[in-house]
Design a protein around this ligand. Structure first.
Ligand code: AMP
Ligand code: GLY
Length: 439
């Protein structure tokens, strides 16, 4: 379908990733009206009109009606849950029978993220290099397996667990306890009805994100995320404490290897299974001495990786998202700022287990006025008095462009210092060891 002169867009999701997407979308001269499901996020509220119908999987037809009523031509689905729940499938068909453009795969494609056992099976079938793994439903069998192994294993809930369903134990004894927690104590509910016990890999971790449109693959600039809570990669895994882009840790030949050994075979396998995948394929990889190996797939932009990516995007975001949904990625040219970008997550005290919320945040505007700085809202809301307060674990993504990675980093940290709320915590070493990249 031809892209109209002006496009009304619906953005689904309410985190820092979606605020960064909304910011990029509103820069586009092709935008008609931007609507958003999560205008409780004050950053998104500044840019988008609210959706005035209930937004839920049970009543997804209400959102479909809303799209019809408001002539929404493009829907951008940010998070994994609505993708796994089939919102892309439900919103694709317009009342007049024609197709609406949807950025994000349908439920079948989303299984690559929502079911780690399925993803493993697909990787095996497509000969994609990945950590060896076994799926267990019964704790006793997992225990028996782990007891008899010398090498170390990682324990993963197979379902969606908000980025927290992976335990990287120091010993297999600890691994057995993690397996017990998941399978017996159901620590992640249905998401840990079965677990994947996977060989523990060493190396540098990288995320490679690509846009798939059903025919073409467009690899996005490499980013690196920092998943552990504390400096020096200590502490529990989180959804991500900061990211930088480009991550020149990946050499050009390795990037090509990842494309030909991972992205192309998966895109082919999806096509063979008649799954039209139109959205982001995110491969989390470990660069091991034996070559790159996949740790996981996501079917959406990473959060916080999306923040530096969208901040660097110079091309028209609507054209890019539309081309992905329409299958015409081969017809567009995508430009990024030559400036590197660093994004820090300011998190609440108690994150990731039990974040404290309701704390008044000050200094956001001051931070936003710094050169090259963008503050994306994630876990924030307005209280009754109109104050911006914390409402989740990851509160803000303080993001900065600079002429060098070091300058971007400095700007982000200087801006972060201007923001305060009770219990704020953030890592001081985001992008610290990033390779020197300059304009
Ligand atoms: P995932 O959600 O699968 O990316 O896992 C979360 C984090 O756990 C990853 O970012 C890695 O740091 C770590 N991890 C996952 N799988 C493995 C593995 N097989 N070996 C070592 N670390 C892993
Ligand atoms: N930053 C990692 C993720 O979005 O899964």
């Amino acid at each position: 379908m031809q892209m109209p002169e002006k496009v009304n867009v619906l953005l689904i999701g309410g985190g820092g990733r979606e605020h960064a997407l909304a910011t990029a979308i509103t820069r586009s001269p092709r935008l008609g009206t931007l609507y958003a499901t999560h205008t409780s996020n004050p950053g998104i509220a500044r840019l988008a009109q609210p959706v005035d119908v209930p937004v839920s999987s049970n009543e997804i037809y209400r959102l479909a009606q809303f799209c019809d009523k408001n002539n929404i031509e493009l829907v951008v689905i940010g998070p994994e849950d609505p993708l796994a729940d089939g919102w892309a499938d439900a919103l694709r068909k317009k009342a007049d029978g024609s197709q609406r453009m949807i950025f994000g795969p349908g439920a079948k494609g989303a299984q690559l993220e929502a079911d780690k056992a399925y993803a493993k099976q697909m990787m095996k079938a497509a000969s994609v290099p990945t950590a060896e793994g076994k799926v267990f439903q019964k704790f006793e069998q997992a225990q028996e397996f782990l007891r008899t192994r010398d090498e170390l294993y990682v324990i993963k809930a197979t379902g969606l667990a908000k980025g927290k369903g992976v335990i990287v134990p120091k010993t297999n004894e600890e691994g057995i306890e993690a397996a017990r927690d998941m399978l017996v104590n159901k620590s992640f509910g249905n998401a840990s009805k079965s677990i994947l016990v996977e060989e523990s890999l060493n190396g540098t971790e990288v995320s490679v994100l690509a846009l798939l449109d059903g025919h073409n693959i467009l690899v996005l600039p490499p980013c690196q995320d920092h998943k552990r809570l504390l400096e020096g990669d200590e502490g529990p895994n989180t959804g991500g404490m900061g990211a930088f882009c480009p991550a020149d840790t990946i050499s050009e030949p390795v990037m090509h290897q990842i494309e030909s050994e991972v992205l192309v075979p998966i895109a082919d396998a999806l096509r063979r299974d008649e799954i039209e995948f139109r959205g982001v394929l995110y491969a989390g990889l470990m660069l091991t001495p034996a070559g790159p190996k996949v740790l996981e797939f996501n079917v959406r932009f990473g959060d916080p990786e999306c923040q530096p990516l969208m901040t660097r995007l110079q091309s028209d975001a609507i054209e890019l998202l539309w081309a992905t949904a329409a299958g015409t990625l081969d017809q567009i040219d995508v430009q990024y700022s030559p400036q590197p970008c660093v994004s820090l997550v300011l998190a609440s005290k108690g994150y990731p287990d039990a974040p404290e919320v309701g704390k008044v945040i000050t200094g956001i505007e001051d931070a936003e006025q710094q050169e090259g700085v963008f503050v994306y809202h994630a876990g924030t809301k307005l209280d009754e008095d109109g104050n911006v307060v914390t409402s989740g674990g990851r509160v803000l993504s303080v993001t900065a462009l600079g002429d060098t990675m070091e300058q971007a980093r400095q700007r982000a940290y200087d801006a972060a210092k201007k923001i305060s709320f009770d219990g704020v915590q953030y890592r001081r070493d985001i992008a610290k060891d990033a390779p020197v990249a300059s304009v």
